[in-house]
Design a protein around this ligand. Structure first.
Ligand code: ADP
Ligand code: ADP
Ligand code: MG
Length: 644
């Protein structure tokens, strides 16, 4: 076993790897960017090395600096985590050339699976079913259109170098094919430097079921399947294992296909074979097809760990240090059911825009396994994926594990940034999902209901007012101790209320339209005669009430004023991100709806358009800039300016 390894990653996955290393007595070296100097993974590691600026290309993507850090600290091996350099075969070669061990597959295996077209051809040879389609080299648009006709609409255009849903277009009618092709190729060229695409049959209402595999270079086993059908725009939101409705027969066939796939490339380490499954008629062994292989540890690996009892990072370290597979197929069994929800800093009503902010308060329930790279007080910065945590639960049955997830989410407390927590809770209550009726279109179909802003809850607001007034701690100021009779006005940004203390642990809060009686009795809050699960928390940013629907009141700041009215003249960045392109220059005439700029955030590109007709007065950002939410990008001239 290694004595010391370096983790070439950040955030929750770096922390996750360090956890296992610590348990195994392996010393750890973290690497970090300037933006991450005070981050959790750095604090957890035995040693840490600064490798550069905040932009990934200046730090976490700098293979040379990372390898040098490993050599300087005497680390014997490098764990890549996921994302960043984890699936970069040139990095693997460089690690090996430096005399270090890469904790993962060989460069050759990564290359074989790196391009979706070559991987599909290889899998066909290995006898693994692949989605019907065209994955040839001829990229002539007319030829591709004929292939689409042959496959039959609807079809999916995919970037062969793709990942994260980029360069992927659904085409339902032949007349839309050429436009979709051009835009997929453009996106693929920008994102991967490779415009090549493949065409696939689009499976209607499919399920995404993937099989965890593990190889030691000769033999491979599978650790059963995960269902990742709960997706938004091809991005996973909640994952579970095993797949609902899976039959022993189908599991056996899928598992065997996955093992064949891994053994065909003499796979070493943890990998995932992703299949697309037509579940319209139940799960049937002849209705699943290979989509791609991810040659790394997957984000959602904890659900597999919870049902198998295997620590996949431990297996990675053991196999990389030369051991054989720790278990045989017949020694692996499924125990119960597990779910994982991805908690993100994102603004759901605004269209899931990534958010940033300082975590003024952060607390998780002890009933769930939490994988996180942040602590209270840490900042979600615009530089990286805004994931706050993965919340993972286990139960004897699917129903129990799902209730545990719902409950863990309700008991999760985040203040200081907006999150997708309520969306995740709504998902756990979705009737179809509860029944295990999942497909990749579920979220899209029910998006409106799942993201509907809940009606304002004046009772939660009344509790928050109590906190803002400093009267929320029942043991100090209320409860047994007498609350001093008191009447005062409390103001916050956006409103005010009157709080009256009526007696021991009793108060009345009068809001604009309603008045509420609050009691602290039997270790809980009662509002208007009903008990609540609510918790009132005061923190640096104000006061929050948690327990299902959370609410934060920020104390009124006399200097605070309404945001400047832009009158459509100023285009602000709607989210933190990277300016990919600016299409206009000062003096250009634009019409409402014209493209002004493209912003990249959270693996997606967002086009910003002109809010009105006008003349560009100023361009305030350039391609390559990393911008904060609200940063001005382009200013259109006011009428008088144009006239002048
Ligand atoms: P990525 O590299 O972005 O992970 P994948 O090829 O793994 O791309 O596909 C991502 C998602 O896109 C799948 O989970 C599924 O929801 C959808 N998808 C992919 N291929 C198909 C297909 N042939 N038919 C329908 N949906 C598909
Ligand atoms: P999944 O594991 O859900 O199939 P992807 O294949 O899209 O996801 O990407 C794997 C994970 O890697 C993502 O969930 C994301 O957290 C992380 N990731 C993707 N791109 C980057 C990046 N540029 N830098 C760091 N992490 C990334
Ligand atoms: Mg995929």
């Amino acid at each position: 076993m290694f004595e010391k390894i370096l983790i070439a990653n950040r955030g929750e996955i770096a922390a996750r790897v360090i956890d296992t290393c610590r348990r195994m007595g392996v010393a750890t070296v973290a690497v970090y960017s300037e933006a991450d100097a005070a981050s959790r993974h750095v604090a957890m590691a035995d040693e840490a090395v600064l490798i550069g600026g905040p932009a990934p290309r200046d730090s976490y993507l700098r293979g040379d600096a990372i390898i040098q850090a490993a050599l300087d600290t005497g680390a014997q091996a490098i764990h890549p985590g996921y994302g960043f350099l984890s699936e970069n075969p040139d990095f693997v070669d460089a690690v090996t050339d430096a005399g270090l061990v890469f904790i993962g597959p060989t460069a050759d295996a990564i290359r074989k699976m790196g391009l979706k077209d070559a991987a599909k051809a290889l899998m066909e040879q290995a006898g693994v079913p692949v989605v019907p389609g065209y994955h040839g080299a001829d990229q002539d648009p007319a030829h591709l259109a004929r292939q689409a006709e042959r496959i039959g609409y609807p079809v999916l255009i995919k970037a062969v170098a793709g990942g994260g849903g980029k360069g992927m277009r659904l085409v339902e009618r032949p007349q839309d094919f050429q436009d979709a092709l051009a835009s997929a190729q453009g996106e693929a060229q920008t994102a991967f430097g490779n415009p090549a695409v493949l065409i696939e049959k689009y499976i209607q209402q499919p399920r995404h079921i993937e099989v965890q595999v593990f190889g030691d270079g000769t033999r491979a086993v599978h650790l059963f399947e995960r269902d990742c059908s709960l997706q938004r725009r091809h991005q996973k939101v909640i994952e579970e294992a095993p797949a609902p409705g899976m039959t022993p027969e189908m599991r056996k066939v899928m598992g065997a296909a996955a093992v064949r796939a891994a053994e065909a490339i003499r796979y070493r380490g943890a990998g995932t074979i992703e299949f697309i499954v037509d579940g319209s008629d139940g799960l049937r062994p002849d209705r699943f097809w290979f989509m791609e292989m991810n040659t790394r540890l997957q984000v959602e690996h904890p659900v597999t760990e919870l049902i198998t009892g295997v620590d996949l990072v431990e297996w990675q370290l053991r196999v990389a240090s030369g051991e054989f597979l720790p278990k045989r197929q017949e020694d692996l069994h499924i125990n119960g059911h597990a779910f994982e929800a991805r908690l993100y800093a994102e603004d759901v009503p605004a269209g899931f825009l990534p958010a940033t902010g300082q975590l003024a308060h952060l607390a998780f329930p002890e009933t769930a396994r939490i994988e996180t790279g942040v602590r209270p007080g840490d900042t979600i910065s615009p530089w990286y994926d805004p994931m706050i945590a993965k919340i993972v639960t286990h139960g004897a049955t699917r129903a129990i594990a799902l209730r545990a997830l719902e409950s863990a989410l309700v008991d999760t407390e985040v203040a200081g940034t907006t999150t997708n927590l309520e969306f995740l809770i709504a998902l756990t209550r979705h009737p179809g999902f509860r029944k295990g009726q999942v497909d990749t279109g579920l979220i899209g179909r029910d998006l409106e209901t799942l993201t509907a802003a809940a009606a304002p809850d004046p009772r939660a607001r009344a509790l928050a007012v109590l906190g803002l007034a400093g009267l929320d701690d029942p043991n100090v100021r209320g409860g047994i101790t007498l609350w001093q009779p008191l009447r005062r006005t409390v103001a916050w940004q956006g409103g005010q209320a009157v709080v009256e203390v009526l007696g021991p642990g009793a108060a009345r809060v009068t809001l604009d339209d309603s008045s509420h009686d609050i009691l602290w009795r039997g270790d809980r809050w009662w509002v208007d005669g009903s008990p609540r699960r609510s918790r009132i928390i005061n923190h640096a940013a104000g006061t929050s009430v948690f327990g299902g629907r959370s609410l934060t009141l920020v104390p009124a700041d006399p200097l605070d004023r309404a945001g400047a009215e832009t009158g459509g003249g100023l285009t602000l960045s709607p989210m933190p991100g990277l300016v990919k392109a600016i299409f206009v220059a000062a003096g250009d005439q634009v019409a409402a709806g014209d493209r002004l700029a493209v912003l990249e955030a959270m693996k997606m590109e967002h086009t910003l358009t002109a809010a009105r007709d006008g003349t560009v007065a100023e361009v305030l950002a350039s391609a390559g800039d990393q911008v904060e939410a609200g940063a001005p990008l382009i200013r259109l001239a006011e009428d008088e300016e144009t006239a002048a």
